[in-house]
Design a protein around this ligand. Structure first.
Ligand code: PLP
Length: 402
């Protein structure tokens, strides 16, 4: 089938819950992908940071193949060697004590909310049915019914009620607003260290530290969603390490599965995790040996291959190239490590037409909201490939502005 026919087939038979660019991909390797017509592209999106280690990373593919020959899936009615070792290695790597494995990021967030609520009832003695979380304006934690219940984005929320209660929304980056929202029934604060989906919004540098202090002082849990910022993307293994703190609960996904399989996790202290007992939570595929073997290989890559330093290096090249031209169409270039947003001036006409043009030029980017172009290629991209791609971004911005 031609790409046009495949897109028509997708429109006819698929759900219309995404708005993809007109590119039909069939192959990927490292930082490159190819469409069904044989055209080559640089992947500047990395599947929203699920591909930090690149497409088909050979070390991860090898881990997958070798585990596939042994045991792929087994019931949680039994122990498995890979799940035991992955749980220990991930907990140690995060500086925490216990791991609950799930599949998607959304499931990991849901699991964290559920377990933290129970912690609130059992440990904080919150009256039954009164547990409350403080959450952020413009957050993105997935699109399940509980999560959209506190979303401030109408596209995610409207038309899907009735909603789940027990969430108080405050402005992102505002510590005083969190302090003002605390009451005796507050279980914890759920926050992304950088709001990626909202347009790569970076809070003040002392934000996480102050939230940590507030949570400690008030006996509340600091719950960090690092599904997108974790796994070296921001120049540290986890974004919280920039602030020299440790959360009570860390939520991971995306690149935890090496860009090969869905694998997510809630990582926490034993005190929090121990409130959940047999039968109260679970997932058929969560923690399957195949995903865990890849997760273990991904952690080894993080420890041994210097991906966090690479993210810093690549981010500096990108920001340098984007800012040195002083493009009048660009309002701001922001981000941390290799998670970068280019906010366009309102007069630049919306980010979508730039990403469409970039696809024609062989660079796949995605707009985030109306006016931000996100730059987050795989961390395996070479300097030369990156420079080539960023140069295309600059020239497309210049070209379309006239
Ligand atoms: N949380 C954050 C910060 C995310 O960026 C995402 C996905 O983009 C999610 C949660 C949801 O993850 P998933 O799409 O794997 O369910």
């Amino acid at each position: 089938m031609t790409s046009k026919e495949l897109m028509q087939t997708m429109e006819q038979y698929g759900a219309h819950n995404y708005h993809p660019l007109d590119v039909v991909l069939t192959k990927g390797l490292g930082s490159k992908v190819w469409d069904v017509d044989g055209n080559e592209y640089l992947d500047f999106l990395s599947c929203y940071s699920a591909l930090n280690f690149g497409h088909q990373n050979p070390i991860l593919v090898k881990a997958l193949e070798s585990q596939l020959k042994r045991l792929a899936v087994c019931s949680r009615a039994f122990y498995s060697d890979e799940l035991a070792l992955f749980s220990k290695e991930l907990a140690d790597f995060c500086g925490l004590e216990s791991v609950l494995t799930m599949n998607s990021g959304t499931e990991a967030v849901e699991s964290a909310l559920k377990i933290c609520r129970k912690w609130g009832y059992e440990k904080k003695r919150i009256p039954e049915g009164k547990a409350k979380f403080i959450v952020m304006e413009n957050s993105f934690h997935g699109r399940s019914i509980a999560i959209i219940s506190f979303s401030t984005e109408p596209t995610y929320k409207n038309g899907f009620g009735p909603y789940v209660s027990g969430f108080e929304v405050v402005p992102f980056g505002d510590v005083q607003a969190v302090a003002d929202a605390i009451d005796a029934n507050t279980v914890g604060v759920l926050v992304e260290p950088i709001q990626a989906e909202a347009g790569i919004l970076v809070p003040p540098p002392d934000y996480l530290k102050k939230l940590r202090d507030l949570c400690t002082k008030n006996g509340m849990l600091l719950i960090l969603d690092e599904i997108q910022t974790g796994m070296a993307r921001t120049g540290k293994d986890f974004c919280f390490q920039h602030s020299s703190i440790v959360p009570d609960v860390l939520i991971l996904g995306k690149s935890l599965g090496g860009g090969l399989l869905p694998l997510s996790a809630m990582v926490s202290t034993r005190e929090v995790m121990d409130v959940i007992r047999p039968g109260q939570h679970g997932s058929t595929f969560g923690g399957n040996p195949l995903a865990c073997a890849i997760g273990r290989a991904a952690l080894r890559l993080l420890k041994e291959e210097g991906f966090a330093e690479k993210a810093n290096h690549l981010g500096k090249i990108t920001v340098g190239m984007l800012t040195e031209k002083r493009l009048p169409q660009v309002k701001e270039v922001r981000g941390t490590g290799f998670l970068i947003g280019i906010e366009l001036e309102p007069a630049a006409g919306g980010a979508r037409r730039y990403t469409e043009e970039l696809a024609k030029e062989g660079v796949l980017c995605k707009e985030t909201h109306d006016h931000v172009i996100r730059i987050a290629p795989p961390l395996v991209i070479s300097d030369a490939e990156l420079r080539h791609g960023v140069q295309k971004v600059v020239s497309v911005i210049q070209k379309l502005a006239h």
